[in-house]
Design a protein around this ligand. Sequence first.
Ligand code: HEC
Ligand code: HEC
Ligand code: HEC
Length: 435
Amino acid sequence: MKNWKAIATGTALLAGMAAVGTGWVAWRTFDTSRSHVADDTVALADYKSTDLQAVRRGEYVMRLADCAACHKANFAGGYTIDTPFGSLTTSNITPDRQTGIGTMTERGFFNAVRQGIGSHGLLYPAMPYTAYTRLSDKDVHDLWSYMATLAPVSKPIDENAGMKFPYNIRLAMAGWDLLFFDNKHFQADRAQSAEWNRGKYLTDGPAHCGTCHTPRNKLGGERSNAYLQGGLLGTWYAPDITPNPHTGIGAWSSDALTTYLKTGSDDVAVAAGPMAEAVEHSFQYYTTNDLQAIASYLKSLKPSPAVPGTPMKLDSHAQAAGALAYEVNCSACHGLQGEGIKGMVTAFAGNQRILADDPTNLLHALLMGTRAPHTEQRQTAAGMPSFAWKMNDREVADLLDYIRNSWGNAAPAVSPAQVASLRATLGARNKLSTP
Ligand code: HEC
Ligand code: HEC
Ligand code: HEC
């Protein structure tokens, strides 16, 4: 009882202080005047664009921003996103009047996409408005013109039914927005080239690379002081993509980066998990100029301060055991010398990206299997089966230690506890025991 009272008093005090001190921040955060460029009279279901070029550009903006990844190919939503605060279901954004956003006006659309103010109140930041806020007026208008051409789909969605208390209260997002939402236009840097500015616009806006590659604090806000330095997404790790030579893209040429984004592989690494999906649904559709702009922008960033971890020393017994397990289980696809298959199967030799301190991606691939992206240029999306049922935690750790410390590789040890923990989180099978 006493505690509750103290908490209530404290909260009231804090709220009072916050109200005074952050009044102007609040004003900036919820200021919707940027949306006044958009019409507030015609609903999406009634809107007909006469400008075919705008519709076509809008489709490209949709690709750039990957709306279909979450709202599904027919835009009727229903995709579930698990967050630490419960699960959230994506909205039906087709022009259906009853169950979609058919009654939303263009101004309402601007507010939803760029400011997270939706038709039921404040949106959760799983909808990446924190990045889309950088989208230009023209891009959002074109996107709106495209949305109006979609077929209405009747499908009711209760977005936050799966969120835990108190996170199921939309108003709670007001506090989050005050803390972490930077309601600002993209600001071009005149000292930089047009290509660089386009690259920054794409990276921070529609492509929202930072929503995965920037680490987050406990409340789910992006840590701006660690911009693009590597973020953990639950069961995947989005690595450092600053030009750090050890942990980032420092050793990648711009061509390699462009090829990786376009096809999902630069002939050494092959994109897996959420990155494979982003390539498949979005990045493969980027024009070559846009991909080059991203590459040159990333290359211009300050490298992260990360240093390589201390490599382990394999004893000759572990070396022999690892070599045997590798030859039996992996070499058919990854090659006897870890050379992989160009554009299809990840190489282990000369592939710095499997040496990250954080082995989450390697463990995920091994425990659950994985599939390369299917793209226009790479039609054969090669797959890898799960090995969870064939190896216990110690055997998985030993095998990865072998791969990470052979063919010139050197990386810190993977512990059986790390394997056990991810196996539990993923609900992967245990090794089948033989009688
Ligand atoms: C990473 C996943 C993700 C992506 C990408 C995404 N959305 Fe969303 N969107 C969501 C989620 C989740 C919600 C529901 C949030 C809520 O109800 O609080 C949502 C809600 C919305 C809403 C609000 C609907 C309403 O009735 O208020 C609109 C409009 C919308 N999205 C449009 C878009 C557009 C346009 C794009 C591409 C530019 C896009 N979204 C990309 C996840 C996503
Ligand atoms: C939905 C989350 C997500 C988004 C959005 C995303 N990435 Fe990734 N990215 C990942 C994950 C996860 C990996 C690790 C993939 C793997 O292990 O094969 C990755 C890998 C990469 C790699 C390879 C890095 C390495 O060391 O292997 C590069 C380069 C990269 N991403 C660049 C980008 C860029 C540039 C953008 C924006 C244009 C972007 N990513 C957007 C999740 C994402
Ligand atoms: C049937 C072929 C096949 C076999 C056998 C196979 N792999 Fe793979 N592996 C692949 C393919 C294809 C990819 C790339 C797919 C992707 O990136 O999603 C891959 C990717 C990986 C990755 C990288 C995941 C990432 O983050 O990008 C690791 C680690 C891996 N394999 C480990 C192993 C190990 C260890 C073995 C043996 C126990 C093994 N693989 C056996 C086909 C195979």
